[in-house]
Design a protein. Structure first.
Length: 145
């Protein structure tokens, strides 16, 4: 699935409609997580595959900051990133291209953050605070409750 990241990030710059693929994946894998937990993260995530295949060559391989594992930090990152996405969607004013572009922008932003974290710590350090992973984990826990 690593090929999907450049398709979304680069292709989305020219065809913002690709952003709806991101939305579709969020919705589909959120539902799947009810049955399979973080299946997306461990087996299908294009960003995770990219970080695992490319970033080890550049990573300092340092331990992650302890706060990355704290629930308050993970939820803060979730709220900030989802809040930013929602604000971009609202500013799109109903324009379908701008809404697609909002999802592309979020994908680009989180990929940049993932690369920075991966180079400065562990290659898949982003995965610890990824909003999609946190959402899947939370949905999965509701099934087991």
């Amino acid at each position: 699935m690593v090929w999907l990241l450049p398709v979304i990030v680069i292709g989305g710059l020219f065809y913002p409609q690709i952003g709806y693929l991101v939305l579709g994946m969020i919705l589909f894998f959120s539902v799947l997580s009810f049955f399979r937990g973080r299946f997306w993260c461990w087996y299908l995530c294009p960003r995770g595959a990219f970080l695992e295949l490319i970033i080890p060559y550049f990573s300092l391989n340092r331990p992650l900051p302890k706060m990355f594992h704290k629930q308050w930090f993970r939820w803060t990152a979730f709220v900030v990133l989802i809040g930013y996405l929602i604000s971009m969607i609202v500013r799109a004013g109903g324009n379908p291209l701008l809404i697609g572009a909002a999802f592309i922008s979020m994908c680009i932003l989180t990929t940049i953050i993932g690369v920075i974290i991966g180079v400065s710590t562990k290659c898949r350090g982003w995965c610890v605070i990824c909003p999609m992973g946190l959402m899947q984990e939370t949905i999965s826990k509701t099934r087991n409750s």
